[in-house]
Design a protein. Structure first.
Length: 253
């Protein structure tokens, strides 16, 4: 997982171009859960700032943390007024606390040992933790199967398995499962924001080029895989891009 987590910097420009942003509905969900204005936030693994710009645009003072300098370069270009810290989650120095700590499709890259005590230490008492993300999946089952068959000789799966082994059909997904068992957090909630996206096949391939499973392939194998997938795609594709959102509150000391 560590190698996959550190593979994105080489494609930072593609990540910025092909990864989608986040909807205002997400901000409303987080702020509504907080029960009042959110003034300060720390972002874990900010990448190129896809989520950063949503929260910063609504007056929240975001400190965006990210270990990869190439990703931070894209973030600073997109959101120049946001404070940035080049550091992995595990390397953050203790000190400042925030009303909100959040991770956008990044929490699964953090190490499990000490994860929740560290998050709690970054939050004010009663502060909110949020994690959100979800896969892009082809909406047409027949097309999805054709793409899996085309990909199979080069890559068995491009999924990221649940970090704690939770069954995909379980009513509560990770990280909610861990948060429910943590004495440091309470009021754990899970919500889904439905999204549908239509894009040209070339943009879908561009999105795949930012997926860690493909980035781990040797370049020639990766290009062969993309060629095989491109051969079965129509001109445009429809995808489901639902966001699963987990919210929890730090217990008062």
């Amino acid at each position: 997982m560590t190698a996959r987590a550190l593979s994105f910097g080489a494609i930072a420009e593609a990540y910025e171009r092909f990864r989608p942003g986040y909807p205002d509905q997400l901000l409303g969900l987080v702020v509504g859960y907080a029960g009042g204005p959110v003034g300060t936030a720390l972002e874990i693994g900010a990448g190129t700032g896809k989520a950063t710009r949503l929260f910063a645009a609504h007056g929240i003072a975001v400190t965006a943390t990210e270990p990869d300098e190439a990703m931070l370069t894209e973030l600073r270009r997109a959101v120049p007024d946001v404070r940035t810290v080049r550091a992995g989650f595990e390397d953050l120095e203790p000190g400042d606390t925030y009303q909100l700590v959040y991770a956008a499709a990044a929490l699964h890259w953090t190490r499990p040992d000490g994860r929740w005590p560290r998050v709690a230490s970054l939050l004010e008492p009663g502060g909110v933790f949020a994690s959100f993300g979800g896969p892009f999946e082809l909406a047409d089952p027949a097309l999805a199967q054709a793409v899996r068959a085309a990909r199979a000789p080069f890559l068995e799966s491009d999924d990221i398995p649940s970090p704690d082994g939770t069954d995909p059909a379980a009513p509560m997904q990770w990280p909610g499962t861990e948060l429910q068992h943590s004495a440091l957090f309470c009021d754990v909630r899970q919500s889904v924001i439905e999204r549908r996206v239509t894009m040209p096949a070339a943009d879908y391939l561009g999105h795949l080029s930012t997926v860690s499973a493909y980035l781990q392939l040797p370049p020639t194998v990766r290009e062969q895989a993309f060629g095989a997938i491109a051969a079965v795609l129509p001109e445009t594709v429809e995808l489901t891009a639902d966001l699963t959102v987990h919210l929890a509150r730090r217990r008062d000391a």
